[in-house]
Design a binder for this molecule. Structure first.
Ligand SMILES: *Cc1c(COP(=O)(O)O)cnc(C)c1O
Length: 413
């Protein structure tokens, strides 16, 4: 069962203030999630979550996470700009295919450069004049990443990170060229709904750390487990238990790092989806019903507001707030783009729905608004924060036609 974090009365009140569609975020849920993560890793003295800004690049949400002790993981100029505006003291720059200007800006705002490519060492030197005191390297072991017999992802085909040989070489050169403190990072599987992903990844990275320190003699400071802890989008899936995950990583830490004399290493994470995904809803109204070979429910949101179903075939649960129970029917829930993949649900069993009903699309707090786009000259929706006091606050207004046309040259709209 998936239950919305608002009641029908709350939704009605919010919709009277903010026209649908809009993204709604639950402040209480986000704060509780950050606290649970920090508690789960409290056994590690230097633990730090660097929230992956790309998941929810909305300053009001970033500020909440910052208040809960999170730093930020950035990968682009404007993400860095937002982190700087928030006076962030802890910034990780886990970029790829990176420009000289972005390296310069990341360094200027105090970000740790997490190097994706061995070849970029030269570029970083050129950009900054010398290598920074602290640097990290992103590791890609190749092959497939499996949990038991389940293949979770395919690092071999991933554009990210450097090979084992490259990371040893990079560490040696970086040390010779004045880098004092080192970190390693890997992101080997996305959206894992399993308490085993982090511990298994940690074991690989911890063993690599022992070998790196032994062979290169560097002062390793942190191990960054990155993102990848996922969301139970489907009602039959069980949510990851961050406490169990923290204990799983601790067990491997005690098994591998402590005996090797590396019990001072800090654990970092760069979670995005896990932190905010479940704490967002997309609120949309049913505007049309159409019967052809199937039954279509047309809603006022479209794939521009939430792209995951269209590009990944991703499942997002839907609740009809007006009729949560009762007799059901099989429907496709669709937007208004001139694109047949503009569907939030395909052959979904939902309570018999009427025009004007309010639907909640669940788990849209991460990679939702942020992946939005403007196809069909559709405008980006508003974002609203459900504050802990129960009030809704507009944290990003909806775009206007003037916003959409503001960058056009040669015409005056
Ligand atoms: C996307 C990304 C993350 C966050 O991933 P989630 O799946 O949202 O946890 C973290 N680090 C890097 C480098 C990323 O690209």
């Amino acid at each position: 069962m998936k239950t919305p974090f608002i009641t029908k009365a709350q939704a009605d009140s919010l919709i009277s203030q903010f026209p649908t569609p809009f993204h709604l975020y639950d402040e209480k849920g986000i704060r509780e999630k950050a606290r649970a993560l920090n508690e789960a890793f409290a056994w590690n003295k230097g633990f730090k979550e660097y929230f992956a800004i790309k998941a929810t690049p909305t300053p009001a949400i970033l500020k909440i996470l910052q208040e809960e002790g999170c730093g930020f993981d950035c990968s682009s100029y404007v993400e860095l700009l937002m982190a700087e505006k928030l006076n962030a003291k802890e910034i990780m720059f886990s970029s790829n295919n990176t420009s000289k200007e972005d390296y310069q800006y990341a360094h200027k705002v105090g970000g740790i450069i997490n190097l994706d490519a061995y070849e970029d060492l030269e570029l970083v030197k050129e950009a900054l004049g010398e290598l920074p005191e602290t640097m990290s390297c992103r590791y890609n072991p190749g092959g497939v990443f499996a949990l038991g017999t389940d293949i979770m992802d395919n690092p071999e085909a991933s554009k990210f990170g450097m090979t084992k040989a490259q990371i040893f070489q990079a560490f040696k050169e970086m040390k010779e060229q004045g880098v004092k403190q080192f970190g390693i990072h890997a992101f080997l599987a996305s959206n894992t709904v399993s308490n085993d992903y982090y511990p298994i990844l940690a074991k690989q990275l911890f063993e690599l750390s022992v070998a790196l320190v032994e062979e290169t003699g560097v002062d390793l400071d942190f191990i960054n487990l990155s993102g990848g802890v996922g969301v139970n989008y489907r009602p039959e899936e069980t949510a990851n238990d961050i406490k169990v995950i923290g204990q799983g990583v601790k067990a491997v830490y005690e098994e591998v790092l402590i005996p090797a004399g590396l019990g001072h290493l800090k654990i970092y994470t760069e979670l995005g989806r896990f932190m905010t995904g479940p704490h967002g809803h997309l609120l949309t109204k049913v505007t049309h019903r159409k019967e052809t070979y199937r039954t279509y429910l047309g809603v006022d949101a479209s794939a521009v507001n939430l792209m995951r179903p269209a590009i990944y075939g991703a499942y997002h649960h839907i609740t009809n707030l007006d009729r949560p129970d009762g007799e059901t029917e099989i429907v496709d829930v669709v937007g208004s783009l001139c694109e047949n993949n503009d569907k939030f649900a395909v052959n979904r069993e939902l309570p018999k729905t009427k025009v004007e009903d309010t639907l909640i699309i669940h788990d849209t707090g991460a990679h939702g608004f942020s992946m939005g786009y403007q196809y069909n000259a559709k405008l980006r929706s508003a974002e609203v924060l459900l504050q802990e006091d129960g009030h809704g606050r507009l944290i990003r207004r909806a775009e206007t036609p003037e916003d959409y046309l503001a960058t056009v040259s040669g015409f005056d709209f």
